[in-house]
Write a protein that binds this ligand. Structure first.
Ligand code: FNR
Length: 337
């Protein structure tokens, strides 16, 4: 059942047609016509989960646990290795009850990335401390991502209906795990209030995963034809809004921007708004599935060229300088804030 669902998530993601809005367009960055910089000196390296990575980009959680997922995870992890960027595996709940092939589809990620690479394990908010240990061991994880996905579950016929006790469970996981715990959404966003509650139980990494990109209400609606969920396709907190509001909290709360990150401008704006790194899922998967490894590689190469291009055009030599840039908020985003 779970294997089938994982496959349908990828297939249905490719069929979705609703286009949301991250509101990143409502962030205005100023052009610098006199950058006192050499393009070759632009430094995109940064540190994440205690390791140095070449770009402030992560390949975010998608899949694992089935034969078809092995190929996807193999290719994504080879890309992560080639560009020296982190990668999160998809939910490992599936492996807690399944066979060797299932485990291999996760293990391949650490095998390809090697000990210097950054790999994140992934489980739901219902995971036990023992589950977390198994999931981390499986990929020798540098951190565990815990996903919150009530909108997705409620869109599934067979999904969870009881979300009581998840914060308490996360507190227990944070207290019993020696690796960083990253709490993430799956494309509907983390509000400031939710981030505050997570912070109060010890969470120090939040991936806001806002709306404007992959839409799990639509993905699940394509699996569950018994109900029309179209009116909810626009549900969620746009990524730029979630990021700005969560950034109002304590400085030691590290933020990851994801949800609708497609291009270099989105990545630059994520960093300017205070994220450590920006996470990409759907857009990279599309390039990979539609054009293969070389196509996905070309997408990332262009992304990186344009990231450096924008940094130069803002007069910012490195990620630290970029993070300290000024910006203006306009339009709908201004109204919402
Ligand atoms: C996901 N995502 C996801 N997240 C998670 O924490 N565990 C998971 O198993 C999955 N599975 C998954 C499958 C597929 C096919 C996609 C496209 C996405 C959610 C993902 O990590 C991210 O939060 C959202 O997709 C929003 O980012 P994008 O896709 O708009 O860049």
């Amino acid at each position: 059942m779970r294997k089938k669902r994982k496959k349908e998530h990828v297939e249905n993601f490719l069929k979705t047609s609703y286009r949301g809005d991250t509101l990143f367009d409502d962030i205005f960055l100023e052009h610098n016509a006199l950058p006192d910089l050499n393009f070759l000196d632009i430094d995109t390296k940064t540190s994440f989960l205690g390791k140095t990575i070449d770009y402030p980009i992560i390949i975010n959680a998608m899949t694992g646990g089935a034969e078809f997922a092995h190929g996807i995870n193999r290719d994504l992890s080879l890309l992560a290795k080639e560009f020296n960027i982190p990668m999160a595996v998809g939910s490992e709940t599936i492996l807690l009850c399944e066979d060797e092939a299932c485990k291999e589809s996760f293990k391949v990620v650490r095998e390809n990335l090697g000990p210097k690479g950054v790999v994140m394990a992934n489980l739901s908010g219902e995971a036990t401390v023992e589950d977390v240990k198994i999931a981390l061991d499986m990929v020798e994880g540098d951190a565990i991502q815990i996903h919150l996905n009530p909108a997705q579950e409620l869109s599934m016929e067979e999904g969870d209906r009881n979300f009581a006790g998840i914060l308490k469970n996360i507190e227990n996981i944070v207290k019993s795990t020696d690796k960083p715990v990253i709490v993430k959404e799956v494309g509907f966003g983390i509000s400031k209030n939710v981030a505050e509650r997570l912070y109060s139980v010890g969470v120090r990494y939040i991936d806001v995963s806002g709306s404007g990109g992959t839409n799990f209400i639509e993905i699940e609606n394509l699996r569950n034809m018994n109900m029309d969920l179209t009116e909810l396709y626009s549900w969620g907190i746009p990524t730029a809004l979630a990021l700005i509001k969560c950034r109002e909290l304590q400085d030691d709360l590290k933020l990851i921007a994801s949800g609708g990150i497609k291009n270099s401008t989105d990545i630059v704006k994520s960093i300017v708004l205070g994220a450590e790194v920006a996470g990409i899922s759907g857009e990279l998967l599309s390039y990979l599935v539609h054009g293969g490894y070389e196509n996905a590689k070309k997408y990332l190469e262009e992304l990186i060229y344009k990231l450096k291009m924008i940094m130069l055009l803002m007069g910012k030599k490195n990620i630290k300088e970029l993070r300290e840039s000024d910006y203006k908020i306009i339009g709908d985003l201004k109204d919402l804030i």
